[in-house]
Design a protein around this ligand. Structure first.
Ligand code: ADP
Ligand code: MG
Length: 565
C-alpha cells in the first residue's frame, strides 16, 4: 500500500542513489494505483517512469465519451493535456542534483494522436497514465523527503483534478467527444460526396510562425468559392459549409505569397484531427493522403520506378531500382511508388519542393532533346492515369507551369488568401495552347513484390539502443533513418513509435518471405488488437504515438539497413 512506499522511502533516505531501485512496484493509493515501473540509475539519467492506474469506477467517465475509437483517442488526448496542465506548477526543479524533482508527461501539439502516455480501456472505463519523475537526490544521496512530497502531497491532487470525470467540466468533456464525432462525420461524408478534402468556411489555415503551430492571429479566415461550396450535415455542429475538393486532379495556382502553400500545408495536416481552437478543426483530408516531394540523397532499395524513369544511362534496371544517393527526380519517383504501395488515395505536391524535371518538360526542351533520349516520364504524363486507373487523386500547387491546366479537373486560384474557382476560364485559355504530350510508355502497375530483409544491425543484439532526434531522424543501434522529408510527421513521439515498429518489422521480416505490405499489415493488426502499448519495451524511449500506415511505409523504405529483394 501507499504506507509501505512511504516507509520504504523513509528507510532509504540519505542512502546512495541505487537504493531507489527497491521502490519499484505497485502501491495502492486512496484513489488509484501508483506504479513505479523503472527507476533511473543516477540523478542525471533519464527520469524514472511512473504510471497511474485509475479504475473505471473511480474515473467514472460516461461511455458516450469513449464508445468509438475516435472518441476514445480524443478523450485520452484531452486527459493528457489536463494532467500536463495540473503538474505544470511543479515543473520547476525541486532543489537537488541532476533531474531531481522533474515532472514530465507527453506534450501534445495541435493534432490529436493515439499515444501510449494515456490509455483508456473502453471495456471497463479504466485508464493508465504514464509519466516521468526525476527521483530527487543531493549529489548521489537519496533525498526521499522530496519524493514523498511529490508522490503524497502533490500528485494525488493532480490526478483527482485531471483524470476523474467528476472534477472536470462535463460540458468541455462533451465538447471533446462532439468535435471528434463531427470530424469523423466529415471523413465519412467526403467518401459519400466523392470529395478528397474539405476546408470549412471560417477556418484559420496559417500558423503563427515557422516554429509555432498555433493559429496566426488576425489571419484572413478561409472562404470558399460558390462553385465549390458544399454543406455537410454534422451530428453536433449541424450544417457546415466549406470548400469541397472533388476527387480527381486539382490544381492550386496564384501569384507568389497569395497563400497556396499555406492551403496545401493545411491539407497535409488534415489527415489528423485538430483540437478545438486550432482553426483547422474542420479541415479534413483523405486520411491516407501522402505529401510528395523530392528528397535528394535518400536511399532507395528495389523499387519499381519504371513508371517514371527508364533507360537510365549505365543501364541500371529501373523496375528494381536501388541507390544509396538518389537524385531529385528519382527520389520523387520512388516517393510516388512507395505512396501507392502504402495504399494512398491522394497525393499532395507543392512545386516549391518538387524536382522541376519530375513535374514537366517544356516544349522547347522537348524539341531539342528528343523524348527517346529522356529517361524521365514526368508526373504530368501519369497524373490522369493515377486517378482514372487507380483512383488516386492529386492536389498540386503549380504557380509557374501552365501545362497542368490541361490535365486538371479543378483549378483553384488563391488571391490574397481567398480561393477562386477558375476551372472554366483556365480550361478555355488552355485550349488555345497545345497540351503537353510526350511519347510515353503505357501505364503499368508497378510491382509491389518487395521482401524486406533486415541486416544484423537491426536484429543482431539483444540490447537494443534507440534514440529519437526530434522530428528529424531515428537511430536504432547504429542504423540512422532520416525522416526530415517525411513532412506529415508532426510529433517526435511518432518517431519513437516508428523506431519501435522498425524493430518489430525487422523481427517479422527475418525469414525474408513476407512482402513489405504483409509486414506492415501484421504490425497494424497488432496495434489495432492489442494497442500501441504492446510495442513499449524497456530501455527504449518512453512514450509512443501511433504513426499512420503511410509513415510506417516511409520509415521502413528509408531505413538503410532494411534491404528489399
Ligand atoms: P505562396 O505559396 O502562394 O507563395 P504562402 O502560402 O507561402 O504563399 O503564404 C505567404 C504568406 O502569407 C505566409 O507568410 C503566410 O503565413 C501568409 N498567409 C497565408 N495565408 C494567410 C491568411 N489566410 N491570412 C493571413 N496571412 C496568410
Ligand atoms: Mg509556396
Amino acid at each position: 500500500s501507499a504506507n509501505d512506499l512511504k516507509q520504504l522511502l523513509f528507510n532509504i533516505n540519505h542512502k546512495s542513489y541505487p537504493a531507489y531501485k527497491s521502490a519499484r512496484g505497485a502501491y495502492q493509493f486512496p484513489n488509484y494505483i501508483l506504479s513505479i515501473d523503472h527507476v533511473q540509475g543516477d540523478p542525471f539519467a533519464a527520469p524514472s517512469r511512473v504510471s497511474i492506474h485509475v479504475t473505471g469506477k473511480t474515473a467514472a467517465f460516461p461511455p458516450s465519451l469513449y464508445d468509438t475509437y475516435e472518441k476514445r483517442i480524443a478523450l485520452q488526448d484531452y486527459l493528457l493535456r489536463q494532467f500536463a496542465r495540473a503538474i505544470a506548477p511543479y515543473s520547476f526543479r525541486a532543489k537537488g542534483s541532476g533531474k531531481s524533482g522533474l515532472l514530465g508527461v507527453s506534450r501534445c501539439g495541435q493534432e490529436i494522436l493515439e499515444r501510449t502516455a494515456c490509455v483508456f480501456n473502453a471495456a471497463n472505463g479504466s485508464l493508465v497514465l504514464n509519466m516521468e519523475i526525476g527521483f530527487p537526490a543531493n549529489g548521489r544521496t537519496i533525498a526521499a523527503q522530496e519524493l514523498i512530497r511529490i508522490l503524497f502531497d502533490f500528485l494525488p491532487g493532480c490526478v483527482e483534478k485531471s483524470l476523474f470525470y467528476h472534477s472536470l467540466n462535463p460540458k468541455t468533456c462533451a465538447a471533446v467527444a462532439a468535435l471528434s464525432e463531427d470530424q469523423q462525420a466529415i471523413r465519412q461524408q467526403l467518401k459519400e460526396k466523392h470529395l478528397t478534402a474539405f476546408v470549412a468556411d471560417g477556418a484559420i489555415l496559417p500558423r503563427e510562425t515557422g516554429v509555432s503551430d498555433l493559429p496566426m492571429k488576425h489571419a484572413v479566415p478561409f472562404s470558399s468559392p460558390d462553385t465549390l461550396r458544399v454543406t455537410l450535415d454534422l451530428p453536433n455542429h449541424g450544417p457546415i459549409s466549406g470548400m469541397g475538393i472533388p476527387l480527381g486532379v486539382t490544381l492550386i495556382v496564384g501569384g507568389g505569397f497569395h497563400g497556396k502553400s499555406t492551403l496545401l500545408q493545411a491539407l497535409e495536416m488534415g489527415v489528423y484531427n485538430h483540437i478545438a481552437g486550432d482553426g483547422r478543426e474542420y479541415v479534413i483530408t483523405d486520411a491516407s493522403a501522402v505529401k510528395l516531394r523530392s528528397e535528394d540523397s535518400r536511399n532507395i532499395s528495389n523499387v519499381d520506378i519504371s513508371l517514371f524513369i527508364h533507360d537510365l544511362p549505365g543501364k541500371s534496371d529501373t523496375t528494381a531500382f536501388s541507390t544509396a544517393d538518389a537524385s531529385g527526380s528519382t527520389s520523387q519517383a520512388a516517393n510516388v511508388i512507395e505512396g501507392m504501395e502504402s495504399g494512398t488515395g491522394l497525393f499532395l505536391i507543392d512545386e516549391d519542393t518538387s524536382a522541376t524535371n519530375f513535374m514537366v518538360r517544356d516544349e522547347l526542351m522537348q524539341r531539342v532533346v528528343a523524348d527517346s533520349e529522356e529517361p524521365i516520364t514526368p508526373f504530368i504524363s501519369r497524373v490522369r492515369d493515377l486517378y482514372e486507373k487507380l483512383e488516386i487523386s492529386s492536389i498540386l500547387v503549380a504557380g509557374s507551369s501552365g501545362s497542368y491546366f490541361h490535365v486538371a479537373d479543378t483549378v483553384i486560384q488563391m488571391k490574397e488568401y481567398i480561393p477562386h474557382d477558375i476551372t472554366e476560364r483556365a480550361k478555355a485559355i488552355a485550349a488555345e495552347f497545345p497540351p503537353f504530350t510526350a511519347s510515353v510508355r503505357p501505364f503499368a502497375l508497378p510491382s509491389f513484390q518487395r521482401h524486406p530483409l533486415p541486416d544484423k544491425v537491426l536484429t543482431g543484439s539483444d540490447r537494443t539502443k534507440v534514440k529519437v532526434m526530434g522530428q528529424e531522424s531515428i537511430l536504432v543501434n547504429k542504423s540512422l533513418t532520416d525522416l526530415r522529408a517525411v513532412e506529415q510527421l508532426t510529433d517526435s513521439e511518432q518517431l519513437s513509435g516508428l523506431a519501435a515498429l522498425l524493430l518489430e518489422a525487422a523481427e517479422r521480416a527475418m525469414d525474408g518471405k513476407k512482402t513489405l505490405i504483409q509486414v506492415v499489415d501484421l504490425l497494424e493488426k497488432e496495434m489495432d488488437e492489442k494497442g500501441l502499448s504492446t510495442f513499449l519495451a524497456p530501455g527504449r524511449p518512453g512514450d509512443l504515438a501511433r504513426p499512420r500506415r503511410q509513415e510506417i511505409f516511409a520509415c521502413l523504405n528509408r531505413c538503410r539497413n532494411l534491404k528489399f529483394r
